[in-house]
Design a protein around this ligand. Structure first.
Ligand SMILES: O=C(O)CCC(=O)C(=O)O
Ligand SMILES: [Fe+2]
Length: 457
C-alpha cells in the first residue's frame, strides 16, 4: 500500500528526527529517568527477582526434564528416546535471545553450578552467533562473555576439557592478545582429562545426602505426573448442609491415614477469596521455613506468603468456621494457626517436607498447643501446568484445582508423625498458584480426635 509505505518512510525519516532532536525529547528523557527512579524502588523487579526467575527456569528444566534447546524456542519439551515430546503446549509463549540465555547461564555459573551453566551458555553462544553477535544496548553480555563462561564451565565439569579448549580457541581468534584466555588455554591443554571425576564426587557424599537426593528424585517424578488424582463427582451429604449447592465433589485420599480427603470447597464462594486476595496481596512476604529453632528463607521453599488474622465476621473467620464444620476440629487460634495464604511465581515450589515438627525445638511448638496434628490446604487458584502437590511415599499427586481442599492427618493418634505425609509443592510450570494452609494443633482436639487403646495406632 503506497500510502502505508509513504507514511512509514516519513515516520522513520522526518518524524523520528523530530522525536529524537526536539526540546520535548530532552524533557521526555528526563521525565522517563525520574519516573524510572521513582518506580525502581517500589515496583520494578529487583536483581534478586531476576536471579530467582533464572533459578526457577533451571528448576523447571530439572523437575520436568525440559530440554533447554526447546525452552529457548518457547516450547516445553523433553527427550523421549530419539524424539522430543511436548510436556505442555503453552497458550502463549516467547522465544529467548542469546542474551536471555547468557543471563540464566551466568546465574548458574556464579553459583558454581556448571552443569546448568553449560546447557544455557551453549544455547547462548548458538543464538549470539546466529544473530551475527550484534551488540544491543540492553544486553547483559556478548558472544565473548558467553564463550568465556562456557569454556570455564566445561573445564570445571572436568569431563569436557576438549570442549573447553575448543571454546577458548574461538575466543582467542577474536582477541589473540587476551592474556587470561591464553593462560587458561595453555593450562587446559596441559591438563590430562580427569577420568573418574564424577565417581569421586559421588563417593565422597554421605549416605544421608544420597537419601536426600533419592527423595528429591522421587518427588520430581511424582511432579511429572502432573496430578494423578482426578476430580470425581460424588454427592456429599455434609455438603447439602454446608454449601449453597447440594452437590459437591470429594474423594478419600489413598494411602494416607483414614479420613484424609480432598474436597471441593466451592462451599466457599468466590467472593470470599477475591476479598481475601485484595486484602493480602500487599502483605505478602518471602516465605520462611522452620529450622531447628528459627524461621529462615530457603531455596527449597520459593513462594510469598501472609498470615491472615480474621476479625469477627470477616471472610477469614467465616472460612475458619467452615473448616471447623468440615473437619469437626477446633481451629480457633491457638488450637489452629492463623490462615496462611501462599503465592507461587515462576518455578515456585516447596521441596519434600512434613508440616508437623520433627524436632522438639521447632518454632511450631511456640504456640504451646502441641504439634500440627492435621493440615487443611485449599487451592485458591488453578494453574495452566505444573504445581501439583505430590505425596512422595504415598505415591500420588493432587493437581491444582481451584476451590479444592485437601485434608490430612500429620500425626497418628499416638502422637507420632506419619511418614506417609511427606509432601512437596511441585514447581509451577505455567500460571500463578495460590493456596491457603490451615494448620491444626493437637491441643483442643482431645475429645474430637480421641486416643486409641492400641498404642501403635
Ligand atoms: O503448595 C503446595 O502444593 C504444598 C504447600 C505445602 O505443603 C505447605 O505450604 O506446607
Ligand atoms: Fe506442607
Amino acid at each position: 500500500n503506497p500510502l502505508v509505505a509513504f507514511t512509514l518512510i516519513k515516520r522513520l525519516q522526518s518524524e523520528w528526527l523530530n522525536v529524537v532532536n526536539s526540546n520535548e525529547a530532552l524533557e521526555n528523557a528526563r521525565a522517563l529517568r525520574s519516573g524510572y527512579e521513582e518506580e525502581e524502588e517500589a515496583e520494578l523487579p529487583s536483581l534478586e527477582d531476576l536471579q530467582g526467575a533464572a533459578k526457577g527456569l533451571m528448576r523447571l528444566q530439572d523437575v520436568y526434564c525440559l530440554q533447554v534447546s526447546s525452552l529457548v524456542r518457547g516450547q516445553f519439551q523433553r527427550v523421549a528416546g530419539s524424539q522430543s515430546v511436548d510436556v505442555h503446549l503453552p497458550a502463549v509463549s516467547v522465544q529467548l535471545s542469546g542474551d536471555d540465555c547468557f543471563l540464566v547461564g551466568k546465574v548458574a555459573y556464579d553459583q558454581e553450578d556448571y552443569y546448568h551453566s553449560v546447557h544455557w551458555l551453549e544455547e547462548s553462544v548458538r543464538l549470539f552467533r546466529r544473530s551475527g553477535s550484534k551488540w544491543s544496548p540492553e544486553n547483559e553480555g556478548t558472544l565473548h562473555d558467553a564463550l568465556d563462561h562456557l569454556a570455564f564451565s566445561h573445564f570445571k565439569t572436568g569431563t569436557h576439557l576438549a570442549c573447553a579448549t575448543v571454546f577458548l580457541r574461538s575466543l582467542l581468534l577474536y582477541e589473540p592478545s587476551n592474556r587470561r584466555w591464553l593462560r587458561a588455554y595453555l593450562a587446559y591443554q596441559k591438563r590430562p582429562a580427569e577420568a573418574g571425576h564424577a565417581c569421586m564426587a559421588l563417593d565422597s557424599v554421605s549416605g544421608q545426602l544420597v537419601q536426600f537426593f533419592l527423595i528429591l528424585e522421587m518427588s520430581w517424578s511424582a511432579c511429572r505426573y502432573l496430578g494423578s488424582i482426578k476430580r470425581m463427582r460424588l454427592v456429599c451429604n455434609l455438603c447439602s448442609i454446608l454449601c449453597s449447592s447440594s452437590e459437591s465433589t470429594w474423594q478419600i485420599l489413598p494411602a494416607l491415614s483414614p479420613q484424609s480427603w480432598i474436597f471441593d470447597m466451592s462451599v466457599l464462594s468466590c467472593t470470599y477469596y477475591s476479598h481475601a486476595a485484595a486484602v493480602f496481596v500487599v502483605k505478602l512476604r518471602r516465605s520462611v521455613v522452620a529450622t531447628r529453632d528459627k524461621q529462615v528463607t530457603a531455596e527449597y521453599r520459593i513462594s510469598k506468603s501472609a498470615w491472615l488474622k480474621g476479625s469477627a465476621q470477616s471472610a477469614v473467620s467465616r472460612l475458619d468456621q467452615r473448616i471447623s464444620m468440615l473437619t469437626g476440629l477446633n481451629v480457633q487460634h491457638p488450637h489452629g494457626e492463623y490462615l496462611q495464604v501462599v503465592n507461587y511465581g515462576i518455578g515456585g515450589h516447596y521441596e519434600p517436607h512434613f508440616d508437623h515438627a520433627t524436632s522438639p525445638s521447632s518454632p511450631v511448638f511456640k504456640l504451646k498447643t502441641g504439634n500440627r496434628v492435621a493440615t487443611v490446604m485449599i487451592y485458591l487458584s488453578s494453574v495452566e501446568a505444573g504445581g501439583s502437590t505430590a505425596f512422595i511415599y504415598a505415591n500420588f499427586s493432587v493437581p491444582v484445582m481451584k476451590n479444592a481442599a485437601i485434608f490430612w492427618w500429620n500425626l497418628h493418634r499416638n502422637g507420632r508423625g506419619d511418614p506417609d505425609t511427606l509432601h512437596a509443592g511441585c514447581p509451577v510450570l505455567i500460571g500463578d498458584k495460590w493456596v491457603a494452609n490451615k494448620w491444626i494443633h493437637e491441643y483442643g482436639q482431645e475429645f474430637l480426635r480421641r486416643c486409641s487403646l492400641n498404642p501403635e495406632e
